[in-house]
Design a protein around this ligand. Sequence first.
Ligand code: FAD
Length: 503
Amino acid sequence: MPRRIIWWIKRDFRLADNAALSRAVADGDEVLPVFAFEPMLVNAPDCSDMHVRAWCQALAHLRGRLRTLNADLFVTHRDAVETFAALRANVPFDAIYSHEEVGTGVTFARDRAVAAWCAANGVAYREFPQSSVRRGGVNRDRLQELWADRIAGVEPLPAVTRVPMSAAMRAVCAKTLVPTVAPLRDRQVVTEAAAQHTLADFLRDRGLHYSGGISSPNTAFHHGSRLSVHLAWGTLSTRQAYHATAARLKELDAPDAPSRTLWRRSLTNFLARLHWRDHFIQRLETEPELEARALHPAYRAFPYEDDPKLLAAWAEGRTGFPMVDAVMRCLAVTGFANFRMRAMAVSFACAGLHLDWRTIHNPLAKMFLDFEPGIHFSQLQMQAGVVGLNTIRVYSPAKQLLDQDPAAAFVKRWLPELRPFTPAQIAGHETEPLPGYVPPVVDFRLRAATMKAMLFGVRKIQSAADTAEVYRKHGSRRQPSEGRTVGPRRVGKPARADQPTLF
Ligand SMILES: Cc1cc2nc3c(=O)[nH]c(=O)nc-3n(C[C@H](O)[C@H](O)[C@H](O)COP(=O)(O)OP(=O)(O)OC[C@H]3O[C@@H](n4cnc5c(N)ncnc54)[C@H](O)[C@@H]3O)c2cc1C
């Protein structure tokens, strides 16, 4: 009897460095790639049309590549267990291989249901890691070692060159359709080819001014790696990004390499952020409850006002704070904002509008083309100031405008109603509202001061034992990555929020 294996495609739309696919090809006589537009995911409150379009693009491209290998993929619109149960009646299979997903409670429950169905039906179920994140908790003192074990010390797998399929498998695939979506001018294309192009382009050209270039929204779109989207959907693996960067750094060992110092600094900083990725995703893996509760117990009952009118104004980019509104409108169109602008948008929502970080989670996740639950929940909590390990910082939108967009180029691009005005007039809108643009919805300074006082009030009385436990479980061991001010080792000067370091 031939051994038939399903490669269950989730957030791993690629043929290269794909352990689940490579193992399926190695272990199976026949391999059937399957993707499900699962209603439970499509209808989840954090999913948007933007995400579904990304699936479609990545899938269409993958299908094209599989067809060049005389293979194909099967697409359904059913939930996973239903998909596999229905499929098995037509195309029997012995095993399901997929990658180890660190997602939300919804995907975790789904994976458990698939595992249970497999166990009940005599189907083997194997999951393969695609990052350094470990199932369950980890000893954070070993994070560097775990990174070496899965990422730095292991070369990426080559792209598969064959996917053996039976005629019956090809026949069921041929009947299924991947919806066609046209690329949008201002939005990144999510395919394995686009990921490779973005990586190469970053390492050869755009990355030179990465350090210093990623703080401003005017330069970050170009000088940032822009790989988050590909890492989130798995059109690229962390290992591929890491090894390509390490190889480039090796080239830069040559003393006559052009702009050697600048390049080395930029690429070293970039590598540190790749570490951060797993550092934050590990938090959610270790403690899935983070989706709904603050990391530090002291902040779990924190009172928020949660005014729905302010939520709508924020989400739609009409708060009357130019930098915030520009970021929100930019996100809605492009699905992207740089770290600093995301942090400011969240800080403004929580500190200025007194919105709960849980309330803003879904609207924001829907607008992020690179939505990655582990990073998202951790960052929301950090910017809301409820982690208990970091400096409590509130970003002033007025300061960010002056520092990061002094000529108001970014603001004018996304807020056409401000185009007639000078940068100074735009900067003065908080005190002298401009005609044609919404007046500020709140007194930011006052409300931010109130929120800070409340957060510091909790900080003062937070239990040292709880803080030590949060640090043990989740804290960064290398300083000063998160501007940690409390915990076993004290740090003098808090780091900039976007300052890189390893773990
Ligand atoms: C409130 C908030 C929510 C965020 N949500 C997400 C999210 O859903 N998905 C996401 O990928 N990033 C998220 N980030 C982190 C960061 O803003 C983006 O990863 C980055 O802006 C993506 O641009 P880039 O690929 O050019 O990044 P680069 O600066 O080129 O960084 C390289 C890669 O490192 C990782 N990375 C960078 N910064 C961080 C960070 N602070 N924490 C963890 N990993 C990082 C990303 O995978 C990124 O692609 C969030 C940040 C904030 C403040």
